[in-house]
Design a protein around this ligand. Sequence first.
Ligand code: BGC
Length: 765
Amino acid sequence: MMHKSSCLLFVVFVLFWACTTNKKTSADERINRKIDSLMALMTREEKIGQLNLPSAGQFTTGQAENSDIARKIERGEVGGLFNIKSVEAIREMQRIAVEKSRLKIPLIFGMDVVHGYETTFPIPLALSCTWDIPLIEQTARIAAQEASADGINWTFSPMVDLCRDPRWGRIAEGSGEDPFLGSEIAKAMVRGYQGTDLSAPNTVLACVKHFALYGASESGRDYNTVDMSLHRMYNEYLPPYKAAVEAGVGSVMTSFNEINGIPATANPWLLTDVLRKQWHFNGFVVSDYTGVSEMVDHGFGTLPEVTAKALMAGVDMDMVSEAFLQYLPQLLKEGKVSEARIDEACRLVLKAKFQLGLFDDPYRYCNSQRAKTEIFTAENRSVARRAAAESFVLLKNEKSILPLQKKGTIALIGPMADAAENMTGTWSVAARHSESVTVLQGLKRAAGSNARILYAKGSNLDEDPAFEERATMFGKSLRRDNRPAEVIRREALQIARQADVIVAALGESAEMTGESASRTQLTIPEIQRDLLNELLKTGKPVVLLLFTGRPLVLTEEYQQVPAILNVWFGGSEAGDAIADVLFGDVNPGGKLTVTFPRNEGQIPIYYAHKNTGRPLEQGKWFSKFRSNYLDVPNEPLFPFGYGLSYTRFTYDNFRLDKTDIRMNDTLKVYVDVTNTGEREGTEVVQLYIRDKIASVTRPVKELKGFQRVTLKPSEKKTIVFNLNREHLSFYNDKLQWVCEPGAFDVMVGGNSHDVLVKSFTVLPE
Ligand code: BGC
């Protein structure tokens, strides 16, 4: 029987629910009615105009008025613009739309605000290594605040493409290899960008991308073919997109790749059956940049044909191709597309504009006062500094070389050491590159007069100037030194010999990852490795400060260098954050969200693999007729979830509250984590499960929970996880979401490899 007070609570809850649902419905209805009246006034051409998203290019104030784009806006041929920055430029375009076009429909303004706006946070892959969901949400919140203060109301983020192939340069833009963590991050980013009220002037519409499976492009080559079983899609690659939709993301961007023979941008199964019918997505779908016209090269039809296919499959807005604008009127006359579909697409775009409040005030996001006071603020930058420090992953620390002491002489050597433009990493279109804090600045500032910091470049990024040019685009020059390599190196060695400790800032440049930045050899460029070897030969302790946007092959470095701190691309404040961690003012706690292979031949390599019928016995390198390699062990160099700290954590007293559970029960999992070192530190406690027997084979481990815990020296905490039916379910061969009775393992640990294991059974219902 229900207790009186719970009865009352229940009634209050129902009333509250009814009120909020009604509120929402009536807001939706109000918007729908407004859209109805507006659409009744629109010509077909004006409706099609709303589906066109050209790139603006950058105008200086006063120029926009006379541009081609301005003429198109006047004619009602533009729904939104992107690649435009500043309140003045945006205000000018918006003014043309609302003063000169017949129906005065405001434009939506998009941008790739991917990891921050002018205040830049670590690249998304790095940010995911914090495993700090509230912090990640906060970075998206700040990005939205800054972007919206500068006229932007739509961001092309979050990018949630799961990736298990580090050859693919865009691995830097996502959250790594895991669907569970990827989904948590996708939701947090959508919440951060959109807040609870899209019409608030400091929130922006999010756009989850790239739908779908872009991260599985064959051989890691960008834009390449994807061919994947439905089983793998549903269980592994689709969950983060679905999570973003469930979090209420307002728009979805299609991906460049084809999926099982059909390009994603004209894939009715993907865009209509999965996205609309199964997931109930009710925002709008935008193509990627020229994604519509590129389908001609895919061999999927002539330009008019692919245009019709894209629209009818479910694309609502055409980014840059201008194919909708050009061909839809004729295609409509020929009966190759339906009026209903054009109306539906137009409705969805208009709905977003109503939700953003642009019909109430088209200049809602054009407040020059906000642009002056809310961007790149000290407060925002301090969050970026903290986020950067949290994202660093300590890969090795022999004899506790780190943290460094603020005394003596430190030689900072390497092409990444004094390279402001390189700090923010890929997709940092709004960043103030020259104002990013370099490692040299950060170390000097932190050391003050207590330690001497010497610097030399030591080498270029790469021996080949043509490669270096390709890898330093978008103003991210590393200022190539044209002296002979020998001379540059010798100069650095002289400086290194004067020091007590050497910090070698080496690795990839910012544009060695990101779009169209795939690699087949994943080592640090050879010229830098030569430099590192020479530095090691000095006999001084060497710390490798690794810059990278992807897992690199570090097998040699791991053997030879006593300490490796992976700092990715940490954003505008990275230099200070690096100093914080190198000197121990902040204890590193980042954990890898993607596996680091021993060599390129192991790729794709990921922790949640299947077992095969001939698994290799644990601890072995090779057994004949088992699933393994002759030349390297199966194990990666660094597993998913791995990362060290300046302190140590032990796990014990691992226990479950029961060993048999019914399907709808919750299993409580407990483990005691103790800080057994000398410093306070943060550990990411990870929980994995294994479904041991199922109707379809299941991975050997799957992440199902994680908690960050900060412990003082000797402090112990009991960590509690609740495992329920959702965690134990998967898509079966009929793509039904099921939990099957039987034996499970549950594992906890500080990375995916070193875990404690217990078993339990799920009883039949
Ligand atoms: C990228 C997208 C991006 C778009 C707009 C494309 O090349 O694939 O991720 O949002 O450009 O800049």
